[in-house]
Design a protein around this ligand. Structure first.
Ligand code: AMP
Ligand code: ZN
Length: 133
């Protein structure tokens, strides 16, 4: 039996506030509710993170996440939604079973902070381009 907490939720071995379920994935309310309605979408088959999840499952989950994000936005009258996934400890991943976060947004002070403002000065964009294209 798996020790993974999200596998246990997917297998109904421990309870979750499940808002959606099908044969490939399951969505439930995040215990910590960063904002009102914060939801996680996970595959039923264990995968560590976004980088490792099966392509077919990921494609399916992306469509489910889109539908749920729209449903949550309408139901809670959110103004916007952040969809994000953390891959690896340094990126903030604490549960090593792939999950999309659906984070409804209401206003600037709704509890969720994401910072794209800090810019690194010494980055050579052409060097990056050569490495990445
Ligand atoms: P991450 O830091 O991206 O790995 O996100 C893991 C999330 O899982 C956190 O937001 C936790 O609040 C949430 N979480 C952990 N355990 C549970 C649980 N048993 N039920 C619901 N959410 C959970
Ligand atoms: Zn798992």
């Amino acid at each position: 039996m798996s020790n993974c907490i999200f596998c246990k939720i997917a297998n109904h071995e421990i309870p979750g506030k499940i808002i959606y379920e099908d044969d490939k994935c399951i969505a439930f309310l995040d215990l910590s509710q960063v904002t009102n309605g914060h939801t996680l979408v996970i595959p039923k088959t264990h995968a560590a993170n976004f980088l490792e999840v099966d392509d077919e499952v990921l494609t399916h989950m992306t469509l489910v996440t889109k539908a749920l994000a729209n449903k949550i936005k309408d139901a809670l009258q959110a103004s916007g939604i952040n969809i994000l996934t953390n891959a690896g400890e340094i990126a903030g991943q604490t549960v090593m079973h792939f999950h999309f976060h659906i984070i409804p947004r209401f206003n600037e002070n709704d509890g969720f902070i994401v910072n794209f403002e800090k810019r690194l000065d010494d980055i050579d964009l052409d060097d990056l381009l050569n490495k990445l294209k």
